[in-house]
Design a protein around this ligand. Structure first.
Ligand code: RI2
Length: 285
Protein backbone atom coordinates (compact mmCIF):
# COMPACT_ATOMS: atom_id res chain seq x y z
CA UNK A 1 0.00 0.00 0.00
CA UNK A 2 3.01 2.31 -0.22
CA UNK A 3 2.34 2.62 -3.93
CA UNK A 4 -1.40 3.05 -4.55
CA UNK A 5 -3.44 3.64 -7.67
CA UNK A 6 -3.52 1.18 -10.51
CA UNK A 7 -1.52 3.35 -12.92
CA UNK A 8 1.16 4.24 -10.36
CA UNK A 9 1.55 0.54 -9.55
CA UNK A 10 2.17 -0.21 -13.25
CA UNK A 11 4.75 2.56 -13.55
CA UNK A 12 6.52 1.43 -10.35
CA UNK A 13 6.73 -2.17 -11.61
CA UNK A 14 8.07 -1.12 -15.03
CA UNK A 15 10.66 1.13 -13.32
CA UNK A 16 11.75 -1.73 -11.04
CA UNK A 17 12.37 -3.94 -14.07
CA UNK A 18 14.17 -1.09 -15.82
CA UNK A 19 16.52 -0.88 -12.79
CA UNK A 20 17.13 -4.63 -13.00
CA UNK A 21 18.09 -4.30 -16.65
CA UNK A 22 20.32 -1.26 -15.98
CA UNK A 23 22.09 -3.19 -13.22
CA UNK A 24 23.04 -5.87 -15.77
CA UNK A 25 20.67 -8.60 -14.54
CA UNK A 26 20.45 -11.71 -16.73
CA UNK A 27 17.22 -12.47 -18.63
CA UNK A 28 16.59 -15.18 -16.01
CA UNK A 29 16.85 -12.71 -13.14
CA UNK A 30 14.61 -10.23 -14.94
CA UNK A 31 11.99 -13.01 -15.24
CA UNK A 32 12.32 -13.83 -11.52
CA UNK A 33 11.89 -10.15 -10.60
CA UNK A 34 8.86 -10.04 -12.91
CA UNK A 35 7.26 -12.96 -11.01
CA UNK A 36 7.76 -11.18 -7.66
CA UNK A 37 6.27 -7.95 -9.02
CA UNK A 38 3.26 -9.69 -10.60
CA UNK A 39 2.43 -11.31 -7.24
CA UNK A 40 2.57 -8.04 -5.27
CA UNK A 41 -1.17 -7.33 -5.63
CA UNK A 42 -3.79 -9.45 -7.39
CA UNK A 43 -6.54 -7.16 -8.69
CA UNK A 44 -5.16 -4.26 -10.73
CA UNK A 45 -4.30 -5.79 -14.10
CA UNK A 46 -2.17 -2.78 -15.01
CA UNK A 47 0.54 -4.48 -12.93
CA UNK A 48 0.85 -7.77 -14.89
CA UNK A 49 0.18 -5.94 -18.16
CA UNK A 50 3.13 -3.59 -17.57
CA UNK A 51 5.39 -6.42 -16.39
CA UNK A 52 4.45 -8.61 -19.36
CA UNK A 53 5.06 -5.78 -21.80
CA UNK A 54 8.58 -5.21 -20.44
CA UNK A 55 9.26 -8.97 -20.77
CA UNK A 56 7.90 -8.85 -24.32
CA UNK A 57 10.46 -6.09 -25.07
CA UNK A 58 13.27 -8.12 -23.45
CA UNK A 59 12.35 -11.23 -25.44
CA UNK A 60 12.09 -9.43 -28.75
CA UNK A 61 15.69 -8.17 -28.54
CA UNK A 62 17.84 -11.26 -28.49
CA UNK A 63 21.18 -9.97 -29.86
CA UNK A 64 24.60 -11.53 -30.34
CA UNK A 65 26.06 -8.54 -28.56
CA UNK A 66 24.47 -8.30 -25.05
CA UNK A 67 25.44 -4.61 -24.71
CA UNK A 68 23.61 -3.74 -27.94
CA UNK A 69 20.60 -5.84 -26.86
CA UNK A 70 20.49 -4.12 -23.46
CA UNK A 71 20.65 -0.62 -24.99
CA UNK A 72 17.77 -1.42 -27.35
CA UNK A 73 15.72 -2.91 -24.52
CA UNK A 74 16.32 0.05 -22.23
CA UNK A 75 15.35 2.52 -24.94
CA UNK A 76 12.02 0.75 -25.45
CA UNK A 77 11.34 0.24 -21.73
CA UNK A 78 11.98 3.93 -21.03
CA UNK A 79 9.66 4.89 -23.90
CA UNK A 80 7.01 2.52 -22.51
CA UNK A 81 7.23 4.14 -19.06
CA UNK A 82 6.87 7.61 -20.61
CA UNK A 83 3.83 6.44 -22.57
CA UNK A 84 2.25 5.14 -19.34
CA UNK A 85 2.88 8.47 -17.68
CA UNK A 86 1.49 10.47 -20.58
CA UNK A 87 -1.59 8.19 -20.80
CA UNK A 88 -2.81 9.51 -17.46
CA UNK A 89 -2.52 13.12 -18.64
CA UNK A 90 -4.33 12.28 -21.89
CA UNK A 91 -7.15 10.32 -20.17
CA UNK A 92 -7.50 13.13 -17.63
CA UNK A 93 -7.68 15.73 -20.42
CA UNK A 94 -10.53 13.83 -22.10
CA UNK A 95 -12.23 13.44 -18.70
CA UNK A 96 -11.90 17.12 -17.91
CA UNK A 97 -13.70 18.07 -21.11
CA UNK A 98 -16.81 16.31 -19.74
CA UNK A 99 -16.98 18.76 -16.82
CA UNK A 100 -19.49 21.56 -17.39
CA UNK A 101 -20.29 24.70 -15.43
CA UNK A 102 -22.71 23.90 -12.61
CA UNK A 103 -21.78 20.21 -12.43
CA UNK A 104 -21.93 18.39 -9.11
CA UNK A 105 -19.62 15.37 -9.36
CA UNK A 106 -19.53 12.40 -7.02
CA UNK A 107 -16.45 10.19 -6.75
CA UNK A 108 -15.13 7.31 -4.65
CA UNK A 109 -11.63 6.32 -3.55
CA UNK A 110 -8.53 8.08 -4.85
CA UNK A 111 -8.05 7.82 -8.58
CA UNK A 112 -5.14 9.90 -9.82
CA UNK A 113 -6.84 10.08 -13.22
CA UNK A 114 -10.07 11.45 -11.74
CA UNK A 115 -8.21 13.94 -9.52
CA UNK A 116 -6.11 15.10 -12.47
CA UNK A 117 -9.21 15.53 -14.67
CA UNK A 118 -10.94 17.64 -12.02
CA UNK A 119 -7.83 19.75 -11.45
CA UNK A 120 -7.58 20.37 -15.21
CA UNK A 121 -11.25 21.39 -15.35
CA UNK A 122 -10.70 23.78 -12.44
CA UNK A 123 -7.61 25.19 -14.18
CA UNK A 124 -9.73 25.87 -17.28
CA UNK A 125 -12.11 27.92 -15.16
CA UNK A 126 -15.01 25.44 -14.92
CA UNK A 127 -17.35 26.06 -11.95
CA UNK A 128 -18.34 22.77 -10.31
CA UNK A 129 -18.32 21.01 -6.96
CA UNK A 130 -17.42 17.50 -5.83
CA UNK A 131 -18.72 15.01 -3.26
CA UNK A 132 -16.04 12.49 -2.24
CA UNK A 133 -17.01 9.19 -0.56
CA UNK A 134 -14.69 8.53 2.37
CA UNK A 135 -13.94 5.00 1.10
CA UNK A 136 -13.79 2.78 4.12
CA UNK A 137 -11.78 1.07 5.43
CA UNK A 138 -8.61 2.89 4.31
CA UNK A 139 -10.15 6.32 3.77
CA UNK A 140 -8.58 7.02 0.38
CA UNK A 141 -11.46 9.46 -0.20
CA UNK A 142 -9.76 11.74 2.31
CA UNK A 143 -6.70 11.85 0.05
CA UNK A 144 -8.96 12.84 -2.87
CA UNK A 145 -10.64 15.54 -0.78
CA UNK A 146 -7.28 16.93 0.35
CA UNK A 147 -5.85 16.93 -3.19
CA UNK A 148 -8.92 18.62 -4.69
CA UNK A 149 -9.22 21.15 -1.89
CA UNK A 150 -5.52 21.98 -2.34
CA UNK A 151 -6.28 22.74 -6.00
CA UNK A 152 -9.11 25.10 -5.03
CA UNK A 153 -11.95 22.70 -5.93
CA UNK A 154 -15.14 22.95 -3.82
CA UNK A 155 -15.17 19.45 -2.27
CA UNK A 156 -17.35 17.85 0.43
CA UNK A 157 -16.72 14.51 2.13
CA UNK A 158 -19.58 12.05 2.68
CA UNK A 159 -19.68 8.67 4.39
CA UNK A 160 -19.92 5.88 1.83
CA UNK A 161 -23.46 4.94 2.87
CA UNK A 162 -24.64 8.51 2.10
CA UNK A 163 -23.97 8.10 -1.63
CA UNK A 164 -27.55 7.38 -2.76
CA UNK A 165 -29.04 10.09 -0.53
CA UNK A 166 -26.47 12.56 -1.87
CA UNK A 167 -27.20 11.57 -5.49
CA UNK A 168 -30.91 12.14 -4.92
CA UNK A 169 -30.82 15.34 -2.87
CA UNK A 170 -27.71 17.32 -3.82
CA UNK A 171 -28.18 17.68 -7.56
CA UNK A 172 -25.35 15.33 -8.47
CA UNK A 173 -25.02 15.50 -12.26
CA UNK A 174 -22.14 13.07 -12.93
CA UNK A 175 -20.21 10.27 -11.24
CA UNK A 176 -16.47 10.01 -12.01
CA UNK A 177 -14.57 6.91 -10.86
CA UNK A 178 -11.22 5.31 -11.66
CA UNK A 179 -10.51 1.67 -12.53
CA UNK A 180 -8.15 -1.09 -11.53
CA UNK A 181 -9.17 -3.51 -14.27
CA UNK A 182 -11.47 -3.28 -17.29
CA UNK A 183 -13.13 -6.40 -18.74
CA UNK A 184 -13.91 -6.98 -22.41
CA UNK A 185 -17.66 -6.67 -21.79
CA UNK A 186 -17.12 -3.12 -20.50
CA UNK A 187 -17.55 -3.96 -16.82
CA UNK A 188 -14.99 -2.49 -14.44
CA UNK A 189 -13.17 -3.60 -11.29
CA UNK A 190 -12.55 -0.69 -8.92
CA UNK A 191 -12.39 0.06 -5.19
CA UNK A 192 -15.11 -1.69 -3.22
CA UNK A 193 -18.25 0.44 -3.10
CA UNK A 194 -17.96 1.60 -6.71
CA UNK A 195 -20.61 -0.90 -7.86
CA UNK A 196 -23.07 0.39 -5.23
CA UNK A 197 -22.41 3.99 -6.26
CA UNK A 198 -22.99 3.07 -9.93
CA UNK A 199 -26.20 1.15 -9.14
CA UNK A 200 -27.44 4.08 -7.10
CA UNK A 201 -26.47 6.51 -9.87
CA UNK A 202 -28.34 4.49 -12.47
CA UNK A 203 -31.40 4.41 -10.25
CA UNK A 204 -31.12 8.19 -9.76
CA UNK A 205 -30.60 8.76 -13.52
CA UNK A 206 -27.05 10.11 -13.10
CA UNK A 207 -24.39 9.18 -15.73
CA UNK A 208 -21.31 7.24 -14.61
CA UNK A 209 -17.92 7.85 -16.27
CA UNK A 210 -14.94 5.56 -15.68
CA UNK A 211 -11.61 7.32 -16.22
CA UNK A 212 -8.98 4.73 -17.05
CA UNK A 213 -5.82 4.24 -19.06
CA UNK A 214 -5.96 1.28 -21.46
CA UNK A 215 -3.06 -0.44 -19.61
CA UNK A 216 -5.89 -1.48 -17.23
CA UNK A 217 -7.67 -3.47 -19.97
CA UNK A 218 -7.58 -7.21 -19.20
CA UNK A 219 -7.08 -9.00 -22.52
CA UNK A 220 -7.68 -12.53 -21.14
CA UNK A 221 -11.20 -11.41 -20.19
CA UNK A 222 -11.94 -11.73 -23.94
CA UNK A 223 -11.83 -15.49 -23.21
CA UNK A 224 -13.85 -15.20 -19.99
CA UNK A 225 -11.01 -14.86 -17.44
CA UNK A 226 -11.59 -12.67 -14.38
CA UNK A 227 -9.16 -11.22 -11.82
CA UNK A 228 -8.99 -12.21 -8.17
CA UNK A 229 -10.63 -9.68 -5.85
CA UNK A 230 -8.06 -8.78 -3.18
CA UNK A 231 -9.24 -9.53 0.36
CA UNK A 232 -7.47 -7.52 3.00
CA UNK A 233 -6.86 -8.00 6.73
CA UNK A 234 -10.01 -7.84 8.86
CA UNK A 235 -8.11 -5.62 11.31
CA UNK A 236 -8.55 -2.78 8.78
CA UNK A 237 -12.28 -2.91 9.60
CA UNK A 238 -12.74 -3.95 13.22
CA UNK A 239 -11.09 -5.55 16.24
CA UNK A 240 -14.29 -6.80 17.95
CA UNK A 241 -13.42 -10.14 19.57
CA UNK A 242 -15.32 -13.15 18.24
CA UNK A 243 -16.67 -11.30 15.17
CA UNK A 244 -15.48 -12.27 11.71
CA UNK A 245 -14.71 -9.63 9.09
CA UNK A 246 -15.06 -9.92 5.31
CA UNK A 247 -12.91 -7.18 3.77
CA UNK A 248 -12.86 -7.27 -0.05
CA UNK A 249 -10.90 -4.33 -1.45
CA UNK A 250 -12.55 -4.20 -4.89
CA UNK A 251 -15.82 -4.98 -6.63
CA UNK A 252 -17.15 -5.30 -10.18
CA UNK A 253 -19.40 -2.64 -11.69
CA UNK A 254 -21.59 -4.04 -14.44
CA UNK A 255 -21.33 -2.43 -17.89
CA UNK A 256 -25.09 -1.72 -17.67
CA UNK A 257 -24.37 0.82 -14.95
CA UNK A 258 -21.56 2.57 -16.83
CA UNK A 259 -22.30 5.37 -19.28
CA UNK A 260 -18.81 5.61 -20.84
CA UNK A 261 -15.19 4.79 -20.25
CA UNK A 262 -12.71 7.60 -20.85
CA UNK A 263 -9.22 6.55 -21.87
CA UNK A 264 -6.18 8.26 -23.39
CA UNK A 265 -7.88 7.61 -26.76
CA UNK A 266 -11.08 9.43 -25.84
CA UNK A 267 -14.60 8.52 -24.74
CA UNK A 268 -15.61 4.91 -25.34
CA UNK A 269 -19.00 3.28 -24.66
CA UNK A 270 -18.74 -0.04 -22.73
CA UNK A 271 -19.82 -1.91 -25.88
CA UNK A 272 -16.66 -0.79 -27.74
CA UNK A 273 -14.15 -1.97 -25.14
CA UNK A 274 -13.67 -5.40 -26.70
CA UNK A 275 -12.67 -3.96 -30.09
CA UNK A 276 -10.21 -1.54 -28.47
CA UNK A 277 -8.77 -4.35 -26.38
CA UNK A 278 -8.16 -6.50 -29.46
CA UNK A 279 -6.39 -3.57 -31.10
CA UNK A 280 -4.17 -2.75 -28.09
CA UNK A 281 -3.25 -6.18 -26.79
CA UNK A 282 -2.58 -8.19 -29.93
CA UNK A 283 1.05 -8.54 -28.77
CA UNK A 284 -0.06 -10.39 -25.63
CA UNK A 285 -2.63 -12.68 -27.19
P1 RI2 B 1 -5.56 5.41 -10.63
C1 RI2 B 1 -7.07 2.33 -6.67
O1 RI2 B 1 -6.80 1.14 -5.99
C2 RI2 B 1 -8.54 2.71 -6.59
O2 RI2 B 1 -9.41 1.61 -6.73
C3 RI2 B 1 -8.61 3.64 -7.76
O3 RI2 B 1 -9.94 3.94 -8.16
C4 RI2 B 1 -7.85 2.83 -8.78
O4 RI2 B 1 -6.75 2.25 -8.04
C5 RI2 B 1 -7.31 3.58 -9.95
O5 RI2 B 1 -6.36 4.53 -9.55
P2 RI2 B 1 -5.68 1.08 -4.80
O6 RI2 B 1 -4.36 0.81 -5.47
O7 RI2 B 1 -4.78 4.48 -11.48
O8 RI2 B 1 -5.70 2.41 -4.06
O9 RI2 B 1 -6.60 6.22 -11.39
O10 RI2 B 1 -6.11 -0.07 -3.92
O11 RI2 B 1 -4.69 6.29 -9.75
Amino acid sequence: MEVRGALRIAVAAARALEEEIVSGASADDVHKAADVLRDARPTAVSLPNAVNYVLHIVESHGSDDPAVGRALILGEVTAFISSLESSIAEAAAHGSSLVEDGDVILTICNSSTVVEALKLAKGRGRRFSVFACETRPRWQGHITARELSGAGVDVTLIVDSAAYHTLKTKGVSKVFVGADTVYADGSVVNKVGTSQVALAARSAGVPVYVLTESIKFYPYSMHGATVEIEERDGAEVSDIKGVGVFNPAFDVTSADNITSLVTEDGVCPPGEVRARMEEKFGWMM
